[in-house]
Design a protein around this ligand. Sequence first.
Ligand SMILES: [Zn+2]
Length: 46
Amino acid sequence: MHECEICGNVFEIEWIAKGKDYNDFGHWYCPFCGAMFDTIIIEETP
Ligand SMILES: [Zn+2]
């Protein structure tokens, strides 16, 4: 669960599967207001 410090929305992101060409640049954006985070906690479905 993540709370955006900018817009206050609280949300969860569920990662269904990583793409084989996935490359984590460490940049995440709030899906509601577009604010950037350094890190976000994502629950990866096994
Ligand atoms: Zn936000």
